[in-house]
Design a protein around this ligand. Structure first.
Ligand code: UDX
Length: 436
């Protein structure tokens, strides 16, 4: 989120300095190279780097010198046991920042990291305690970028939420986004209380995660009743009150936001003796769904092969990214390897092979990394589609069929043609496609 935001702000005409502790990242960026895969980021970075609008440093004092706005965009990973957001990096950044701010300048400290409600107050106290004379305000500036579409989303936001408790801070942020609002006259800049803004981010992500879980449960229902989930989703989505987005059924949601943020708000709610029963059901239901998907894949060959080979298409948590963290595909894959110790897998992902390799280290002897979707099929008993990469729909099933030991398809993203598969003698199971 930090780099696309920095590059986006530079493109809007601001002078931007990106600060990171990781020396190797800053060195790469100082050479004009991106440190992550995001559509359109590379060229925009090159452009603004060459024009001098964006600079990179590991030194906080150097980076924030003269800044009107300092954006905190560090990670808030979930605690392994309690799942509450780990605030270490936010508070470390705020503490270091306090000593770098100058008394005679007014600075807005804008928090873009997804943080528990009340964090703005804590950051404010921390800075004031460490540097009592400094003139500053803390605002909450939640970020709604999607991975893989970060550049697009930066320039085409549905809304910009600003949680500020002073008019002065609100105006500085409004000024910062002025060029973006001029480009997007339909975009609302919503000014709210800081605590409301912090809540909006969790509420929005929980709602979207719930919408996905809802459509996944409906897909299960369709499979049993002979309905088609796409027809059902279309019929629901045409109601403007419901909307057609985020009704794509699949193997469960993943990524570094929905699982983390639903668990974090559930933790906060329990701390406050509030029962967020719908969010809780979404978390539990999604975890169960991932296990259920592994069962679907395992049960097709249960009685056919003692040492089955599974062909896996897709490892990233969604298409358009190389991110494998909290990926349903990786979780399903690991579940299969764990539950079937004598099994092996053949895997392919257009972008995520390198990241997957490090996560799959403990299973290396049983994993074959393939160069194409077709190669995955060699000797496989089941072909499972786990990530919605559009190119998977182009897999030539006629070529794939004779390469496989058994012709079974479990299509958790509905990327392949059921009719083609059935005509070629495959068994085919998609998501929410009831037979009637
Ligand atoms: C999400 C939010 O969309 C974004 O606003 C926030 O800033 C960060 O979290 P991201 O994690 O990048 O973005 O991915 P998103 O595109 O929302 O998808 C999340 C997961 O839900 C993926 O696993 C995806 O495959 C799944 N999904 C999404 C579905 O299964 N069905 C859908 O209809 C949409």
């Amino acid at each position: 989120m930090g780099l696309p935001t920095g590059v986006g702000l530079a493109e809007l005409g601001h002078e931007v300095v990106c600060i990171d502790r990781e020396v190797y990242k800053i060195e790469k960026l100082q050479a004009g190279q991106v440190t992550l895969y995001e559509d359109g980021l590379d060229s925009l970075l090159q452009k603004n780097f060459k024009s001098g609008h964006i600079k990179f440093t590991t030194s906080m004092s150097e980076g924030v010198k003269g800044a009107q706005v300092v954006v905190i965009a560090v990670g808030t990973p979930p605690h392994p046991v309690t799942h509450e957001a780990d605030m270490r990096y936010v508070y470390e950044a705020a503490t270091e920042l306090a000593s770098c701010l100058h008394n005679n300048e007014y600075t807005v400290v804008a928090n873009k990291s997804t943080v528990p409600v009340g964090t703005g107050d804590n950051v404010e106290s921390l800075i004031a305690k460490n540097n009592p004379d400094v003139n500053f305000d803390v605002v909450s500036l939640p970020e709604f970028l999607r991975e893989g579409y970060a550049v697009h989303d930066f320039f085409h936001p549905d809304r910009i939420v600003v949680g500020a408790n002073t008019d002065r801070a609100r105006e500085v942020i409004r000024e910062m986004y002025k060029p973006l609002l001029t480009l997007n006259p339909q975009c609302t800049l919503l000014c709210v209380k800081r605590r409301s803004s912090e809540t909006i981010k969790y509420a929005a992500n929980s709602f979207l995660a719930t919408k996905i879980h809802f459509i996944n449960e409906m897909a299960d229902f369709c499979e049993c009743t002979g309905a088609d989930i796409y027809e059902v989703a279309q019929g629901m989505g045409l109601d403007k009150r419901i909307g057609k987005s985020f009704l794509q059924p699949g193997p469960g949601f993943g990524g570094s936001c929905f699982p983390k943020d639903t668990m974090a708000i559930d933790f906060m709610a329990r701390q406050n003796n509030v029962n967020l029963s719908i969010v809780r059901a979404t978390i539990d239901g999604n975890n169960k769904r991932i296990k259920d998907m592994a069962t679907r894949i395992l049960e097709v060959v249960e009685h056919e092969e003692a040492e089955p080979c599974f062909g896996i298409l897709g490892l990233a948590f969604k298409n358009g990214t190389d991110d494998c963290r909290v990926s349903p595909a990786m979780q399903i894959l690991q579940e299969i390897l764990h539950r079937k110790p004598k099994s092996s897998v053949r895997v392919f992902d257009p972008e995520a092979m390198e990241n997957a390799r490090s996560i799959l280290q403990p299973y290396m002897a049983r994993v074959t990394f393939c160069d194409s979707a077709l190669e995955v099929c060699t000797g496989a008993d089941v072909l499972a589609v786990l990530t919605e990469w559009p190119e998977f729909s182009e897999l030539d099933l006629a070529q794939a069929a004779p390469m496989m030991r058994h012709q079974h398809i479990i299509d958790c993203r509905n990327m392949l043609s059921p009719q083609k598969a059935l005509n070629l003698g495959f068994t085919y199971r998609g998501i929410g496609l009831g037979r009637s």
